[in-house]
Design a protein around this ligand. Structure first.
Ligand SMILES: Nc1ncnc2c1ncn2[C@@H]1O[C@H](COP(=O)(O)OP(=O)(O)O)[C@@H](O)[C@H]1O
Ligand SMILES: [Mg+2]
Length: 222
């Protein structure tokens, strides 16, 4: 049994069916691409896995936990420590340094300053942005900003990283930098990485591709 299971998951907006009776079992430590045309439902699926949207029906089990059984408080805590999210067009707060941006989730989770700073510095070294920690986002390259978003998502040691179109604002070189880093942290920490993307470069890195067509998912192991 993998880290994420979707059982008979459907999603509708009004009477429009976006996802139709999906059954997925995602292996721990895999690098998964969710692909499909624009509007196919990639972001919707990613958001359902990340707890940002509710399915219309079906069951979601993450790290052995049926997430529907969590109360509101448990839910916030569970997702905060289990899933790190890199949002579409992931924005760093422009008025904060990279270090301040990366440590932000630690503030919300009540981690003390010394501990969250130490964790951010350690991640920055792993991701090769330790020299940029004192810089504001506008002073660093797109690839470095992308890595800072990854560091921020990793701050609370999640088991799963979700990224929506993480390469969409990057040229191919910086796209590869970001994907290399995601792959590196996957191998180093055993994190499961799920990327929604239609960028061909992504497929060079993935162990599994889930393609959404007409609301159904086709899975291809690679
Ligand atoms: N909050 C919403 N309300 C109504 N329709 C939505 C909402 N979010 C997404 N959709 C629709 O669901 C479909 C899938 O969207 P999305 O998951 O964003 O696709 P993708 O990420 O593959 O481009 C689209 O037709 C979109 O217009
Ligand atoms: Mg999308």
């Amino acid at each position: 049994m993998g880290i994420i299971q979707l059982q008979n998951v459907s999603k509708q907006y009004g009477d429009k069916i976006i996802l139709r009776d999906l059954n997925l079992d995602i292996d721990t430590g895999s690098f998964v691409a969710i692909s499909g045309e624009s509007g196919a439902g990639k972001s919707t699926l990613l958001n359902i896995i990340g707890g940002l949207e509710q399915p219309t029906s079906g069951r979601i089990i993450i790290d052995g936990k049926n997430v529907a059984e969590l109360n509101a408080k448990e839910r916030v805590n569970f997702y905060r420590h289990t899933v790190g999210i890199i949002f579409q067009g992931s924005y760093l707060q422009p008025q904060l340094t990279l270090l301040e941006n990366i440590t932000l989730p630690g503030i919300f989770a009540g981690i003390n300053k010394k501990e969250r700073t130490a964790k951010a510095e350690q991640l920055a070294i792993t991701l090769g942005i330790d020299e940029q920690l004192k810089s504001l986002p506008k002073k660093v390259s797109g690839g470095q900003a992308g890595r800072a978003c990854i560091a921020r998502a990793l701050l609370l040691d999640p088991k799963i990283i979700l990224a929506d179109e993480p390469t969409s604002n990057l040229d191919e070189t910086n796209a590869r930098v970001v994907l290399d880093v995601l792959n590196k942290i996957r191998r180093q920490f055993g994190v499961t990485v799920i990327v929604a993307s239609h960028d061909k470069t992504v497929f060079e890195f993935t162990t599994e591709v889930i393609t959404i067509i007409n609301g159904a998912a086709q899975t291809e192991q690679r």
